[in-house]
Each structure stands twice: as structure tokens, then as C-alpha cells.
Design a protein around this ligand. Sequence first.
Ligand SMILES: [Zn+2]
Length: 261
Amino acid sequence: MNIKAHDDLLQAEMMVSFRKQKMVVSVYVIDGLLIDTGPPIMRDKLIPCFEEWAVKDVILTHHHEDHTGAAHWIQAHQNIPIYIHESGIENCEKRMKLPFYRKVFWGERQSFQPLALGDQFTTANYTWDIIHTPGHAHDHVALFNREKGWMFGSDLYVHPTPKSFFAFESVPVIIDSLKKLLTYDFDTYVCSHAGVIHKGRQVIEKKLDYLEGVQREVLALATRGKSPHAIRKTLFPKSHPLHYLSLFENSPKHIVNSILR
Ligand SMILES: [Zn+2]
């Protein structure tokens, strides 16, 4: 666990690994607001942080297990409200049925009862716009801090030029969400996996450009009569161990299929 400070923002950065797969994930606390609660496998390491930080509210950016792992513990041990987009509440109340590789990698998340987020949120010193930004997850939100002009975009960024998608992700929906983010006046972008990015607007523009380019190429090949399988082979010929490990829940075919859907 690596604790980093960026002005009044604290970042707890964790490295999770299984065999050769590695992933960095962070939770953030600012002005008494905890943003996400880390993966279940890191819960015991995060508990001392939760006890030290004077957290007053928790906002979950979406229901995925690497963002909601300690929510059950927080609800059981600290008297703090936990919020999520209304469309994610049901996912949190139920036991999460995870594919084996995600269970092994992130750990198994216990259920909890969150409250519904509105369009705006206030902490002692800040006003936050809650921006519904689906595409990575149906309940995904970004948080815009008006006073700092910082965008907390959770998993909308992660990587500028992804070559593979999860089955639950959609290129056209992510494109719409990235465009929505760019209507806000931010420069610093805070990512749950890539950390604090001071040229944040640029990286979001770059990702949007890339995905629009991919979308154009996929549609052009489909117009010429190529099958989804042939399009994937043409545009994304490389395979990655994660494709097999995930039994193709993660695969370039989801990039192509989400565009042609
Ligand atoms: Zn996620």
C-alpha cells in the first residue's frame, strides 16, 4: 500500500497480482469523502486507513468488486452513509456472482445496502456534480469537483488505447460518456487505476479519438461485408493471456460486437 498526497487529496494505491497478471487500483479520500473502497482482497490492509481518515461519506463509482470490496465492512463497523448510482443498488444488495478468475484476483465481495446518489453532492468545502457515465458499467458515475476543477472519472480512462474489452462494456456508450465528461471544465483527471493525471483533458481526448477511430474502422469493414470474426482478426490479431484466463469475458471481440450491436 502506497499513500500519496495531492494537495488535500489522499490516494491509497494498491498493487494486486496473480501469477503474471498485475493491476494497480486506488481509493481516494478528500474533504471527508471516500471515493471507492478497494478490492475485497485488500480489505484488511485498508481498514487501518478507514479508521484513521475522518470519513463522513462514501461514494462508490460503480458496483464492480475492485471498487466495492470493503463497503460491507464499512457499513458494519462505521456509521457512514454509502452512496452509488440508483441503478447499481440492486447489484450491491445481492451476492455478486463472479467468474472464477475475478474471484481469485480481486477476492469475493460481501453484499451491503447503499443509498441512491442524486445529481449533486456536497462535502464541507466542495460541491460535486455526479455524472452518470455508463459504458464500462451500467451504473458508472464520474464525480466533478467544481471548486478544484478536478474530474474523478473512475474506470472511464484506465488506458488510452485498449485493445480488448469486457463483455459488459460498450464502445459507443463509452464514447458518449467521454464526450459528456469533456463538457465539464477540468484539467486534472483522477483515475482508479492510472492515478492522478494532470494533463487529464488531453488523455480523455486521446482515448475518445482512438475509440472513434476504431468505431469507424469496424463499421467500414462491416460495410464491405466482413464478418465480426474477420474484423477482429484484422484489427486486433494479438491474443493476451487474460483472454483465455477470463474465458473470453475479456476479449477484442467485445470491442467489435459492441460497435455492431
Ligand atoms: Zn470497473
